[in-house]
Design a protein around this ligand. Structure first.
Ligand SMILES: Nc1ncnc2c1ncn2[C@@H]1O[C@H](COP(=O)(O)OP(=O)(O)OP(=O)(O)O)[C@@H](O)[C@H]1O
Ligand SMILES: [Mg+2]
Length: 410
């Protein structure tokens, strides 16, 4: 039995010398980290604490874990969370097929064992005495959490989209996150030889428990600033020339400033740059951007709104199409989110598009969010004209994600 009695230790030797070292190593693997991210990753590597990454879709949460594995040469183990997932898919399960096969092969041996027994009860007692032969490591089918703990080498464990998992699974994670250990009642407790780097990601479709948050370092990933986004674009060899890439970054930032249901992410900026490069575009005009905007806008309403705003984003002197105005005043206290209006904590749906979040929304029970949720459910007084993205835009769009889930009629 390879149960490790010793408490988990940090990595054999430090992986990073400093936050700068993290940024450099990540850049070598194509991930452009800002100072905050590099510092948090460095601290995480030294404290051997799990890192919880929250933020809107496509801002590099999953990619960070992959890059961490690549930069440290550690094996990446990934637990992709989903609704209804139980611990047998996260921790371990008994390999019944193998147990059955062994019993078939050992049939004669079992008959020998039972030949002196007179009654069924005696036979059952005798079989029970041989339990440990079948409930030992040989018949254990490890899943990512146990695999991470049993690994002889340090690993990176990615628990991706933990907010999609049920709360019961979240509870299962707690022991692992606090102690880097997994208990198997029939065998004992496995303790990691080396503390794994654990990265959890969340799109915030539901609140995570305080117990989980408490055990983790926390980092909210937002959309990058223009310089970093341009740097990311450059690192991806999109084929778009540099001047056009700079313009594109500004235009995407302008789109993020609109009241879109799903703001364009970094990955979508990259896709857009590649699309324009394939089309041989070097001059960005409203026409070609409008024709290709569905690369970044994923809802019909967003496509419409983006197309309307593009002339203005390409040329700030262009006239704003009348359809962007909604014909009613935006007074104080009136939270305006186009698709939904929030009045005194009640959200009224004005938009009946069907979408993926409906599925997530089903598990988003009312009352889970804090009081400020309603206010954050939609951007504060979105002006008719596109505005430049402000710091915190990621947070607002992220909150809107929750709002999207919340405002679905039941
Ligand atoms: N800082 C970065 N440096 C380089 N590439 C990045 C960075 N951030 C994001 N990307 C690019 O964006 C893509 C999407 O990132 P990723 O899949 O990690 O997003 P995510 O935050 O996990 O999104 P989701 O919540 O939808 O899973 C990556 O494949 C990568 O190409
Ligand atoms: Mg991801």
């Amino acid at each position: 039995m390879t149960v490790q009695p010793v408490p988990s230790a940090a990595a054999p030797s430090p992986d990073f010398e400093s936050p700068d070292d993290v940024a450099r190593a990540f850049a070598e693997h194509g991930y452009i980290a800002d100072r905050r991210l590099a510092t948090t990753t460095f601290v995480m590597s030294r404290l051997a604490k799990p890192l919880l990454l929250e933020g809107p879709a496509g801002v590099g949460k999953t990619e960070l874990a992959k890059t961490l594995a690549a930069a440290t040469g550690r094996r990446l183990l990934r637990l992709q969370c989903y609704e209804g997932q139980d611990e047998t898919k996260a921790l371990y399960e008994w390999d019944y097929g193998k147990q059955l096969l062994y019993t078939q092969i050992l049939r004669d041996k079992a008959a020998e064992l039972l030949q002196d027994t007179d009654s069924l009860a005696d036979a059952v007692d005798k079989i029970a005495g041989a339990d440990s032969a079948f409930f030992n490591e040989r018949f254990l089918a490890p899943r990512p959490l146990l695999e991470a703990v049993r690994s002889e080498e340090p690993v990176v464990l990615l628990v991706d989209e933990v907010d999609r998992a049920d709360e019961a699974l979240e509870a299962v994670l707690l022991e692992m996150l606090a102690e880097y250990q997994v208990s198997v009642p029939e065998i004992g407790t496995f303790v990691a030889k080396y503390a794994p780097y654990v990265v959890l990601t969340s799109n915030n479709t539901r609140d995570l428990s305080a117990a989980l948050k408490r055990r983790c370092l926390h980092l909210f990933l937002e959309y990058p600033d223009a310089d970093r986004e341009l740097e990311i674009l450059r690192s991806k060899d999109t084929g778009l020339d540099d001047a056009a890439a700079q313009r594109l970054v500004q235009i995407v930032r302008g789109l993020r400033g609109l009241d879109l249901r799903k703001a364009p992410s970094i990955s979508e900026t990259i896709d857009w740059a590649r699309t324009l490069a394939v089309l041989g575009v070097s001059e960005l005009d409203a026409q070609v951007l409008g024709d290709t905007v569905s690369v970044v806008a994923k809802y019909e309403r967003d496509v419409q709104r983006s197309r309307e705003a593009l002339p203005r984003l390409v040329d700030p002197n262009a006239t704003v199409p009348a359809s962007l105005d909604h014909g009613h005043p935006h007074g104080p206290g009136h939270t305006h989110a186009h698709g939904s209006h929030t009045h005194g904590g009640h959200t009224h749906d004005h938009d009946h598009e069907d979408d993926g979040p409906r599925v997530r929304a089903a598990k988003d029970t009312p009352g889970r969010h804090d009081d400020s949720f309603g206010a954050r459910g939609g951007p504060a007084d979105a002006p008719a004209a596109p505005r430049e993205v402000r710091s915190g835009q990621g947070a607002r769009s992220f909150a809107a994600n929750r709002g999207g889930a919340r405002r679905r009629p039941v």
